[in-house]
Ligand binder design. Structure first.
Ligand SMILES: [Zn+2]
Length: 89
């Protein structure tokens, strides 16, 4: 009986997502560092966050285990420099 259950679990074993740091422009001018998570099998970026974690990759069906993931807040790195011709020199 024990072997039966072991095989069932390993056939559909969940893997941890791969974190990736991305920068994006919030509101069009705030340079923001955002941590997103990718599928460990096909590297598709998963649509996941602190409030929502998919159980499977939507592209390849890999089971994903988000337990133990420490969600980070977005970090604001600075503002886009405006180039409007008003340089002080
Ligand atoms: Zn995938």
């Amino acid at each position: 009986m024990a072997g039966f259950w072991k095989r069932r679990i390993f056939r559909n074993v969940a893997r941890k997502p791969v974190s990736k740091i991305e920068n994006y422009l919030k509101y069009g001018f705030v340079i923001t560092e955002h941590e997103c998570y990718c599928c460990p099998a096909c590297r598709k970026v998963l649509n996941a966050g602190p409030d929502y974690q998919p159980r499977y990759c939507s592209q390849c069906g890999q089971k994903i285990n988000f337990s133990g993931v420490a969600w980070k807040r977005d970090v604001e790195l600075g503002y886009m420099q405006r180039r409007d011709g008003h340089e002080p020199f």
